[in-house]
Design a protein around this ligand. Structure first.
Ligand code: F6P
Length: 343
Protein backbone atom coordinates (compact mmCIF):
# COMPACT_ATOMS: atom_id res chain seq x y z
CA UNK A 1 0.00 0.00 0.00
CA UNK A 2 1.00 3.64 -0.31
CA UNK A 3 0.35 5.15 3.09
CA UNK A 4 0.40 8.89 3.79
CA UNK A 5 1.36 10.39 7.16
CA UNK A 6 0.88 13.86 8.56
CA UNK A 7 1.35 15.66 11.85
CA UNK A 8 -1.01 18.57 12.60
CA UNK A 9 -1.61 21.14 15.34
CA UNK A 10 0.98 22.10 17.95
CA UNK A 11 4.15 20.01 17.90
CA UNK A 12 4.56 17.52 20.71
CA UNK A 13 7.31 15.25 22.07
CA UNK A 14 6.79 11.78 20.60
CA UNK A 15 5.59 12.73 17.11
CA UNK A 16 8.82 11.49 15.54
CA UNK A 17 8.58 8.26 17.52
CA UNK A 18 5.14 7.59 15.95
CA UNK A 19 6.48 8.34 12.46
CA UNK A 20 9.44 6.01 13.06
CA UNK A 21 7.19 3.17 14.25
CA UNK A 22 4.74 3.50 11.33
CA UNK A 23 7.56 3.60 8.79
CA UNK A 24 9.47 0.69 10.33
CA UNK A 25 6.48 -1.64 10.50
CA UNK A 26 5.01 -0.40 7.22
CA UNK A 27 8.22 -0.94 5.26
CA UNK A 28 9.60 -4.07 6.94
CA UNK A 29 6.41 -5.97 7.78
CA UNK A 30 3.94 -4.90 5.09
CA UNK A 31 6.29 -3.75 2.27
CA UNK A 32 4.44 -0.42 2.16
CA UNK A 33 5.59 2.81 0.57
CA UNK A 34 5.35 5.67 3.07
CA UNK A 35 4.76 9.27 2.05
CA UNK A 36 4.91 12.23 4.43
CA UNK A 37 2.68 15.29 3.91
CA UNK A 38 4.48 18.43 5.08
CA UNK A 39 3.03 20.86 7.62
CA UNK A 40 -0.20 19.04 8.48
CA UNK A 41 -3.31 19.55 6.36
CA UNK A 42 -1.53 22.41 4.55
CA UNK A 43 0.69 19.82 2.83
CA UNK A 44 -2.34 17.81 1.74
CA UNK A 45 -4.03 20.88 0.23
CA UNK A 46 -0.82 21.91 -1.54
CA UNK A 47 0.32 18.40 -2.49
CA UNK A 48 3.59 19.00 -0.63
CA UNK A 49 5.10 15.59 0.16
CA UNK A 50 8.36 14.01 1.24
CA UNK A 51 9.39 10.35 0.93
CA UNK A 52 9.76 8.40 4.18
CA UNK A 53 11.77 5.25 4.74
CA UNK A 54 13.59 3.48 7.55
CA UNK A 55 16.88 5.24 6.74
CA UNK A 56 15.22 8.67 7.01
CA UNK A 57 13.92 7.71 10.46
CA UNK A 58 17.27 6.79 12.02
CA UNK A 59 17.91 8.60 15.32
CA UNK A 60 14.34 9.90 15.53
CA UNK A 61 13.21 8.22 18.76
CA UNK A 62 14.57 10.85 21.20
CA UNK A 63 14.04 13.82 18.89
CA UNK A 64 11.35 16.36 19.81
CA UNK A 65 9.25 18.24 17.24
CA UNK A 66 8.26 16.60 13.97
CA UNK A 67 10.37 15.94 10.88
CA UNK A 68 7.22 16.45 8.78
CA UNK A 69 6.54 19.94 10.06
CA UNK A 70 3.13 20.98 11.31
CA UNK A 71 0.56 23.76 11.06
CA UNK A 72 -2.82 24.74 12.40
CA UNK A 73 -4.37 24.78 8.90
CA UNK A 74 -8.04 23.80 8.87
CA UNK A 75 -8.67 22.57 5.35
CA UNK A 76 -12.40 23.13 5.83
CA UNK A 77 -11.63 26.86 6.26
CA UNK A 78 -9.66 27.03 2.99
CA UNK A 79 -11.46 27.77 -0.28
CA UNK A 80 -11.88 24.43 -2.11
CA UNK A 81 -9.75 22.80 0.63
CA UNK A 82 -11.48 19.40 0.90
CA UNK A 83 -11.71 18.94 -2.90
CA UNK A 84 -8.05 19.87 -3.36
CA UNK A 85 -7.03 17.53 -0.55
CA UNK A 86 -8.96 14.60 -2.01
CA UNK A 87 -7.56 15.34 -5.48
CA UNK A 88 -3.96 15.44 -4.15
CA UNK A 89 -4.40 12.18 -2.23
CA UNK A 90 -5.59 10.61 -5.49
CA UNK A 91 -2.71 12.13 -7.49
CA UNK A 92 -0.22 10.74 -4.94
CA UNK A 93 -1.95 7.31 -5.16
CA UNK A 94 -2.46 7.28 -1.39
CA UNK A 95 -4.40 4.18 -0.28
CA UNK A 96 -4.67 5.28 3.34
CA UNK A 97 -3.74 8.25 5.47
CA UNK A 98 -2.51 8.26 9.08
CA UNK A 99 -3.25 11.61 10.75
CA UNK A 100 -1.38 12.31 13.98
CA UNK A 101 -2.94 15.16 15.91
CA UNK A 102 -5.25 16.50 18.57
CA UNK A 103 -8.97 17.33 18.45
CA UNK A 104 -8.56 19.83 15.58
CA UNK A 105 -6.43 17.68 13.26
CA UNK A 106 -8.47 14.57 14.03
CA UNK A 107 -11.71 16.54 13.64
CA UNK A 108 -10.66 17.26 10.03
CA UNK A 109 -9.63 13.59 9.61
CA UNK A 110 -13.08 12.55 10.78
CA UNK A 111 -14.81 14.85 8.28
CA UNK A 112 -12.59 13.56 5.45
CA UNK A 113 -13.44 10.00 6.48
CA UNK A 114 -17.06 11.01 5.97
CA UNK A 115 -16.12 11.97 2.40
CA UNK A 116 -14.66 8.54 1.73
CA UNK A 117 -10.98 9.04 2.61
CA UNK A 118 -9.41 5.99 4.29
CA UNK A 119 -7.98 7.54 7.42
CA UNK A 120 -6.70 6.33 10.80
CA UNK A 121 -6.07 8.76 13.68
CA UNK A 122 -3.30 8.82 16.28
CA UNK A 123 -3.98 10.94 19.40
CA UNK A 124 -1.32 13.53 20.18
CA UNK A 125 -1.33 16.50 22.50
CA UNK A 126 0.48 17.72 25.57
CA UNK A 127 -2.95 18.93 26.77
CA UNK A 128 -4.23 15.32 27.29
CA UNK A 129 -7.74 16.52 26.41
CA UNK A 130 -8.75 13.93 23.80
CA UNK A 131 -11.66 11.68 24.74
CA UNK A 132 -11.59 7.88 24.50
CA UNK A 133 -7.90 7.58 25.38
CA UNK A 134 -6.63 7.59 28.95
CA UNK A 135 -3.61 9.56 27.91
CA UNK A 136 -2.07 11.13 24.83
CA UNK A 137 1.67 11.01 24.19
CA UNK A 138 3.44 14.30 24.96
CA UNK A 139 1.48 14.82 28.16
CA UNK A 140 3.94 12.92 30.36
CA UNK A 141 6.86 14.94 28.97
CA UNK A 142 5.05 18.26 29.50
CA UNK A 143 4.16 17.32 33.09
CA UNK A 144 7.76 16.30 33.77
CA UNK A 145 9.09 19.61 32.41
CA UNK A 146 6.54 21.60 34.45
CA UNK A 147 7.28 19.60 37.64
CA UNK A 148 11.03 20.12 37.22
CA UNK A 149 10.41 23.86 36.85
CA UNK A 150 8.21 23.92 39.98
CA UNK A 151 10.93 22.11 41.98
CA UNK A 152 13.36 24.87 41.01
CA UNK A 153 10.87 27.59 41.84
CA UNK A 154 10.34 26.12 45.33
CA UNK A 155 13.94 26.79 46.31
CA UNK A 156 13.88 30.40 45.16
CA UNK A 157 10.41 30.94 46.69
CA UNK A 158 11.72 29.69 50.03
CA UNK A 159 14.89 31.80 49.89
CA UNK A 160 12.89 34.99 49.27
CA UNK A 161 9.61 34.20 51.07
CA UNK A 162 7.73 34.76 47.85
CA UNK A 163 4.61 33.60 46.10
CA UNK A 164 5.63 32.11 42.75
CA UNK A 165 2.87 31.95 40.14
CA UNK A 166 3.64 29.38 37.43
CA UNK A 167 1.58 29.32 34.25
CA UNK A 168 1.38 26.06 32.32
CA UNK A 169 -0.28 25.16 29.00
CA UNK A 170 -3.29 22.91 28.52
CA UNK A 171 -5.75 25.16 26.69
CA UNK A 172 -9.31 24.40 27.93
CA UNK A 173 -8.27 21.49 30.14
CA UNK A 174 -6.29 21.65 33.36
CA UNK A 175 -4.53 18.27 33.10
CA UNK A 176 -0.97 19.62 32.98
CA UNK A 177 -1.67 22.04 35.84
CA UNK A 178 -3.30 19.39 38.02
CA UNK A 179 -0.63 16.73 37.52
CA UNK A 180 2.34 19.12 37.70
CA UNK A 181 0.75 20.88 40.69
CA UNK A 182 0.30 17.60 42.58
CA UNK A 183 3.80 16.41 41.62
CA UNK A 184 5.32 19.77 42.53
CA UNK A 185 3.50 20.35 45.83
CA UNK A 186 1.54 23.44 44.76
CA UNK A 187 -0.34 25.46 47.37
CA UNK A 188 -2.98 26.40 44.77
CA UNK A 189 -3.90 25.00 41.34
CA UNK A 190 -6.18 27.05 39.08
CA UNK A 191 -7.73 25.20 36.14
CA UNK A 192 -10.34 26.04 33.48
CA UNK A 193 -12.75 23.40 34.77
CA UNK A 194 -13.03 25.12 38.19
CA UNK A 195 -13.52 28.90 37.91
CA UNK A 196 -11.59 30.51 40.76
CA UNK A 197 -12.32 33.31 43.20
CA UNK A 198 -9.10 35.32 43.57
CA UNK A 199 -10.23 36.58 46.95
CA UNK A 200 -10.57 33.04 48.32
CA UNK A 201 -7.19 32.08 46.83
CA UNK A 202 -5.58 35.11 48.50
CA UNK A 203 -7.25 34.36 51.85
CA UNK A 204 -5.90 30.79 51.79
CA UNK A 205 -2.40 32.09 51.02
CA UNK A 206 -2.67 34.53 53.95
CA UNK A 207 -3.68 31.72 56.30
CA UNK A 208 -0.73 29.70 55.01
CA UNK A 209 1.59 32.57 55.94
CA UNK A 210 0.00 32.79 59.39
CA UNK A 211 0.96 29.13 59.87
CA UNK A 212 4.58 30.03 59.07
CA UNK A 213 4.68 28.88 55.43
CA UNK A 214 6.06 31.98 53.76
CA UNK A 215 6.72 30.46 50.33
CA UNK A 216 3.89 29.35 48.05
CA UNK A 217 3.66 27.91 44.55
CA UNK A 218 0.49 28.78 42.63
CA UNK A 219 0.06 26.77 39.42
CA UNK A 220 -2.22 28.43 36.89
CA UNK A 221 -3.45 26.70 33.76
CA UNK A 222 -3.37 29.12 30.81
CA UNK A 223 -7.13 28.65 30.32
CA UNK A 224 -8.07 29.19 33.98
CA UNK A 225 -10.93 31.65 34.39
CA UNK A 226 -12.15 33.67 37.33
CA UNK A 227 -15.67 33.24 38.68
CA UNK A 228 -17.93 35.71 36.92
CA UNK A 229 -17.50 39.27 38.12
CA UNK A 230 -14.45 38.57 40.32
CA UNK A 231 -11.58 39.51 37.98
CA UNK A 232 -11.21 40.81 34.42
CA UNK A 233 -9.11 39.02 31.77
CA UNK A 234 -8.08 40.13 28.28
CA UNK A 235 -8.81 37.86 25.34
CA UNK A 236 -6.51 37.21 22.38
CA UNK A 237 -6.89 36.49 18.66
CA UNK A 238 -8.38 33.25 17.29
CA UNK A 239 -6.85 30.56 15.05
CA UNK A 240 -8.53 28.77 12.09
CA UNK A 241 -10.18 26.31 14.48
CA UNK A 242 -11.71 29.15 16.51
CA UNK A 243 -9.37 28.79 19.53
CA UNK A 244 -8.32 31.96 21.29
CA UNK A 245 -4.53 32.22 21.71
CA UNK A 246 -4.03 31.85 25.44
CA UNK A 247 -1.17 32.91 27.67
CA UNK A 248 -0.58 35.56 30.31
CA UNK A 249 -3.35 34.91 32.85
CA UNK A 250 -0.61 34.35 35.47
CA UNK A 251 0.35 38.03 35.27
CA UNK A 252 -3.14 39.10 36.27
CA UNK A 253 -3.38 36.44 38.99
CA UNK A 254 -0.02 37.56 40.46
CA UNK A 255 -1.03 41.25 40.45
CA UNK A 256 -4.24 40.44 42.30
CA UNK A 257 -2.53 38.17 44.84
CA UNK A 258 0.15 40.75 45.57
CA UNK A 259 -2.31 43.59 46.00
CA UNK A 260 -4.66 41.53 48.23
CA UNK A 261 -2.00 39.89 50.42
CA UNK A 262 0.94 42.26 50.30
CA UNK A 263 3.21 39.23 49.67
CA UNK A 264 5.97 39.66 47.14
CA UNK A 265 4.88 37.69 44.06
CA UNK A 266 6.71 36.63 40.86
CA UNK A 267 5.50 35.05 37.63
CA UNK A 268 6.96 32.28 35.45
CA UNK A 269 5.20 31.44 32.19
CA UNK A 270 6.57 28.12 30.96
CA UNK A 271 5.02 28.37 27.48
CA UNK A 272 6.48 26.36 24.63
CA UNK A 273 9.32 25.00 26.77
CA UNK A 274 6.72 22.39 27.77
CA UNK A 275 6.41 21.16 24.18
CA UNK A 276 10.06 21.15 23.24
CA UNK A 277 12.88 18.66 23.44
CA UNK A 278 13.15 14.96 23.98
CA UNK A 279 10.15 12.83 25.00
CA UNK A 280 10.18 10.88 28.26
CA UNK A 281 10.61 7.11 28.05
CA UNK A 282 6.87 6.73 28.77
CA UNK A 283 5.97 8.95 25.79
CA UNK A 284 8.43 7.15 23.50
CA UNK A 285 6.89 3.80 24.35
CA UNK A 286 3.30 5.05 24.02
CA UNK A 287 4.05 6.80 20.70
CA UNK A 288 5.73 3.65 19.39
CA UNK A 289 2.77 1.46 20.41
CA UNK A 290 0.34 3.92 18.77
CA UNK A 291 2.41 3.97 15.56
CA UNK A 292 2.55 0.17 15.27
CA UNK A 293 -1.16 -0.10 16.00
CA UNK A 294 -2.08 2.61 13.46
CA UNK A 295 -0.34 0.88 10.54
CA UNK A 296 -1.88 -2.44 11.62
CA UNK A 297 -5.30 -0.71 11.59
CA UNK A 298 -4.63 0.48 8.03
CA UNK A 299 -3.93 -3.09 6.91
CA UNK A 300 -7.02 -4.40 8.66
CA UNK A 301 -9.16 -1.73 6.96
CA UNK A 302 -10.14 -0.19 10.33
CA UNK A 303 -10.72 3.29 8.91
CA UNK A 304 -12.38 6.29 10.59
CA UNK A 305 -10.90 4.90 13.80
CA UNK A 306 -8.38 6.30 16.26
CA UNK A 307 -5.89 4.20 18.20
CA UNK A 308 -6.21 4.78 21.95
CA UNK A 309 -4.94 3.65 25.34
CA UNK A 310 -7.53 2.04 27.59
CA UNK A 311 -6.70 0.08 30.75
CA UNK A 312 -3.10 -0.28 29.57
CA UNK A 313 -4.06 -1.81 26.20
CA UNK A 314 -4.02 -0.21 22.74
CA UNK A 315 -7.54 -0.29 21.30
CA UNK A 316 -9.41 1.31 18.39
CA UNK A 317 -12.26 3.77 18.86
CA UNK A 318 -14.42 5.62 16.31
CA UNK A 319 -12.83 8.96 15.41
CA UNK A 320 -16.25 10.50 15.81
CA UNK A 321 -16.37 9.58 19.52
CA UNK A 322 -12.86 10.89 20.13
CA UNK A 323 -13.37 14.38 18.72
CA UNK A 324 -16.89 15.25 19.88
CA UNK A 325 -16.25 16.12 23.52
CA UNK A 326 -13.13 17.34 25.27
CA UNK A 327 -11.77 15.20 28.08
CA UNK A 328 -11.54 17.51 31.06
CA UNK A 329 -9.94 16.98 34.46
CA UNK A 330 -11.49 14.31 36.64
CA UNK A 331 -13.19 16.17 39.55
CA UNK A 332 -12.13 13.37 41.95
CA UNK A 333 -8.49 14.00 41.10
CA UNK A 334 -8.85 17.75 41.57
CA UNK A 335 -11.09 17.89 44.63
CA UNK A 336 -10.12 14.57 46.17
CA UNK A 337 -6.34 14.75 45.74
CA UNK A 338 -4.98 18.12 44.57
CA UNK A 339 -7.22 20.19 46.85
CA UNK A 340 -6.08 18.28 49.95
CA UNK A 341 -2.83 20.28 49.71
CA UNK A 342 -4.29 23.75 49.02
CA UNK A 343 -3.57 26.62 51.39
O1 F6P B 1 -2.50 22.27 22.13
C1 F6P B 1 -1.18 22.39 22.56
C2 F6P B 1 -0.87 23.79 22.96
O2 F6P B 1 0.47 23.82 23.40
C3 F6P B 1 -1.79 24.40 24.00
O3 F6P B 1 -1.50 23.96 25.30
C4 F6P B 1 -1.55 25.87 23.77
O4 F6P B 1 -2.66 26.66 24.18
C5 F6P B 1 -1.39 25.95 22.29
O5 F6P B 1 -0.98 24.67 21.86
C6 F6P B 1 -0.38 26.97 21.83
O6 F6P B 1 -0.38 26.99 20.45
P1 F6P B 1 0.68 27.74 19.55
O7 F6P B 1 1.93 26.91 19.55
O8 F6P B 1 0.04 27.79 18.21
O9 F6P B 1 0.92 29.07 20.15
Amino acid sequence: MRVGLLTGGGDCPGLNAVIRAVVRRGERHYSDELVGFCDGWKGVIEGNTTPLDVERCRGLLPRGGTILGTSRTNLYKVDGGPARAIENLRAERIDALIAIGGEDTLGVANKLAGEGVSVVGVPKTIDNDLSCTEVTFGFDTAVQIASDAIDRLHTTAESHDRVMVVEVMGRHAGWIATHAGIAGGAAEILIPEEPFDIDEVSQRLKRRHERGRFASIVVVSEGATPKEGTMVLQSGEKDQFGHVRLGGVANRVAEEIESRTGFETRVTILGHVQRGGTPTAFDRVLATRFGISAIDAVHEGAFAQMVALQAGAIVRVPLDDAVTTLKTVDPDLYHGVAEAFFG
